[in-house]
Design a protein around this ligand. Structure first.
Ligand code: BGC
Length: 753
């Protein structure tokens, strides 16, 4: 949602000012008057027709149903309400909306069309901040943490779990699937996305969406497109060369959409090429429909629609979140536009068709949602497994981790570790069973509250080290914390960065935590830092500490997951989905995110590609992550039958513990000519018992070997020799072979499945 902020730290204020929605619409009545026809109540059994025949295709059913609908009914379908009262705009949500929800589209009882109950978002069933009663649900680790697992099964299981909670909470549309590329480490919403690489992000987000939709509900993929910062998010103009966009931001969406087949795409707040994303026909029609063949519907972000005729013609199908647009564009204005022929009747039919098609395709008609009991214990195991799989062990000197039984005096410092683990802020915030473990932190209202899940790492550490003395200092006094550290065998510092929707952040820990860690590390070299951050942070203290575990926002079982990792009950297996720069000077644009035109002059040279191209050594490279065991990847061979690049190799666990490795395949033309020296072309995650070995075969999507030829509107693979690299990270290439590929072109419509 796009609400005004009362009190916010640091960089937040400027961004939030611009995040405010435009002038409030006139006060609405109950039900809200958007100029929408109020359909008569229908008491008879719903009319039945061919659309009820489940043997027909979703398209055939949608065609039959649209033919039976009045114009008013079609209009009902394309106009969404905010699901929560919003006193500042004197707005009362429709009575049938689920309280505290993000969105609602009324049912059409005469035809048996169910209401669309929409809930945020990617880590679980959220409740809008303004709602007096919060839905208490299970939260997954942040989406970036899930991407860091590089484990498609983890992503899918997480999606299936939150989709189950959504349907058992009465929701049939989940506004999940954030896949904006991590171009800007300071983007406040990076934690909602899948990282900096299009293949990794597209794959992982798709798997989550597949999991959600396995519950016979619709998921979105969002925010389309090039919505890579929050500063000036309601008006900022993303400027990115189209050829570069096709192999970076757009490719992430393309891969996610074709793998997951989401019911809906949410267009974003920002402008692209000076045109608002939700009325941008290049994005919504040329790319999404003509090139990618997307069959679902496009819904706008809440307050992201800016016109009626332009949006309708460009390809917007559903105008979401009344009353947050300046006008109810797909309400009365659309009716007028239809009356005058400015929007053809066929366009309304198409909008309705796409929405109904998606509902049929997911089984929403046949499997109505309703409030049902939720198995929180089973779901806690799912989120804990996700947190364990996504945590990244960045540094581990002298085997400091896992914690040894000989550590009898353990100091735990900072990060509210005595109470819980941090969550990201904004519309995606899931309220936990048990409520906020650290209430009252500022801001307490949008984009807050700052919320800690009641899963205390300190309690879990005590539980797992019954023979040790575990002492806690809150970290507010670095000298006292250092004294405690000096008097301890091992020190675990919890450090946080709160990020959220509607503001960007510094690439740093909040407050005085750098000084705290520096003081503690200087006092005791056996210092482990556990990070709970939205994305990358600088670590000026890195040489003073023994180990660093990046736990991201680890979700409602985060405390237990962290303790399991610290004590070796779980073996870290996450890998960075984003490069950690040493400092902002290493970024393509060190200046803070700014308003107006945001020109991405690095083009497709995003993340590790930028560091490779410029020869800059990051703090921690993309793909990096340590384990408590050791792996050897070897025997790389690559072939190109029929022009399809396939690589085989084996992975061996040469250490003493079970663990999982993430072999990564990078490719590059020997002659150069790409945006960067190499691209991630394939990956997998391999779990191995000690001593075990596994043969792996990976096939490369040809688009990852291609550049986008804007003049001919197609993919082009240059003929020649290519390096194929088997790697442990973008900076740790283990073996390289070469292959020859013939020149090849692929049409814009080429798809993997
Ligand atoms: C966010 C979306 C969200 C919507 C509904 C907007 O502010 O950008 O991600 O789905 O609100 O809550």
């Amino acid at each position: 949602m796009t609400f005004r902020v009362a009190a916010m730290p640091l960089l937040l204020v400027a961004a939030a000012a611009s995040a405010q929605v435009a002038a409030p619409p006139p006060p609405s009545q109950t039900p809200p008057d958007a100029g929408m026809p109020l359909l008569p109540a229908w008491t008879k059994p719903a009319l039945r027709g061919a659309w009820n025949d489940i043997r027909l295709s979703p398209d055939a059913r949608a065609t039959a149903l649209v033919a039976a609908m009045t114009r008013d009914e079609k209009q009902t379908l394309v106009f969404g309400y905010f699901g929560t009262d919003f006193p500042r705009l004197q707005y009362h949500a429709p009575a049938d909306a689920h309280s505290g929800s993000a969105g609602y589209v009324p049912a059409i009882a005469r035809l048996g069309i169910p209401a669309q109950h929409q809930t945020d978002a990617g880590v679980g069933v959220a409740t809008q901040g303004g709602a007096p009663v919060k839905r208490e649900r299970t939260a997954l680790p942040s989406n970036l943490a899930t991407a860091a697992s590089w484990d498609v099964a983890i992503a899918r299981a997480g999606g299936a779990m939150i989709g189950d909670e959504a349907r058992r909470s009465g929701f049939n549309v989940m506004l999940a699937g954030g896949v904006d590329l991590l171009r800007e480490p300071r983007n406040g919403r990076n934690f909602e996305y899948g990282g900096e690489d299009p293949l990794l992000a597209g794959t992982m987000v798709a798997e989550q969406v597949i999991g959600i939709q396995s519950n016979h509900i619709v998921s979105t993929i969002k925010h389309y497109a090039i919505n890579d910062q929050e500063t000036d998010r309601n008006a900022g103009n993303s400027v990115l060369d189209h050829s570069a966009a096709r192999v970076s931001d757009l490719l992430a969406f393309q891969l996610a959409i074709e793998r997951a087949d989401p019911g809906s795409i949410m267009c974003s707040y920002n402008r692209v090429d000076s045109v608002y994303a939700c009325e941008n026909s290049w994005l919504l029609t040329e790319v999404l429909r003509s090139d990618w063949g997307f069959r679902g519907y496009v819904m706008s972000d809440w307050g992201a629609t800016h016109s009626t005729v332009a949006a309708a013609k460009a390809g917007l199908d559903q105008d979401s979140g009344f009353p947050f647009d300046k006008e109810p564009y797909f309400g009365r204005p659309l009716r007028d536009a239809l009356d005058h022929g400015a929007v053809p009747a066929a366009r309304l039919d198409l909008m309705a068709h796409r929405i109904l098609r998606a509902l049929f395709a997911q089984g929403v008609f046949e499997r109505p949602v309703s409030e049902q009991p939720i198995d929180y214990a089973a779901h806690a195991a799912v989120t804990r497994a996700g947190a364990e799989a996504g945590a990244v062990l960045l540094k581990n000197e002298h085997g400091l981790l896992p914690l040894a039984a000989s550590a009898k005096r353990i100091a735990v410092i900072g990060g509210h570790a005595d109470k819980g683990v941090l969550a990201g802020g904004g519309s995606s915030l899931v309220y936990p069973v048990g409520g906020n473990a650290v209430p009252g932190l500022q801001p307490t209202i949008w984009p807050g509250p700052i919320l800690y899940y009641p899963s205390s790492p300190l309690d879990e550490i005590k539980r797992q080290a019954p023979g040790a003395t575990v002492r806690y200092a809150d970290g507010s006094d670095p000298a006292a914390a250092a004294a405690l550290a000096r008097d301890s065998d091992v020190v675990i510092v919890f450090a946080t960065q709160w990020a959220g929707e509607s503001f960007d952040v510094a690439m740093a820990l909040d407050g005085n935590q750098d000084a705290l860690i520096g003081a503690v590390g200087a006092a005791n070299p056996n210092t482990v830092v556990v990070l709970e951050t939205g994305g990358p942070v600088a670590m000026p203290w890195i040489d003073q500490v023994g180990a660093v575990l990046e736990a991201w926002y680890p979700g409602t079982a985060g405390g237990k997951a962290i303790a399991n990792l610290l004590f070796g009950k779980a073996n870290p297996s996450g890998r960075l989905p984003v490069t950690f720069a040493r400092s902002i000077d290493q970024l393509p644009d060190p200046a803070q995110p700014h308003s107006g035109d945001v020109v991405y002059k690095e083009g497709a040279t995003v993340g590790y590609k930028w560091f490779d191209a410029k020869g800059i050594a990051p703090l921690f490279p993309f793909g990096h992550g340590l384990s408590y065991t050791r792996f050897v990847s070897e025997g790389l061979q690559a072939t190109t039958p029929g022009g399809v690049l396939t690589a085989t190799f084996s992975v061996r666990n040469t250490g003493a513990r079970a663990g999982a490795s993430v072999p990564q395949l990078y490719v590059a033309p020997v002659a150069g000519g790409w945006e960067a020296p190499k691209r991630l072309a394939a990956f997998t995650k391999v779990a191995l018992a000690p001593g075990a070995r596994k043969a792996v075969t990976l096939t490369v999507d040809p688009r990852l070997l291609a550049t986008w030829d804007e003049a001919h509107h197609r993919w082009h693979i240059a003929g020649g020799t290519y390096k194929v690299m088997l790697a442990d990270s973008a900076r740790d290439i283990r073996q390289t072979v070469t292959v020859t590929l013939p020149e090849r072109t692929l049409p814009a419509t080429w798809r993997a499945r």
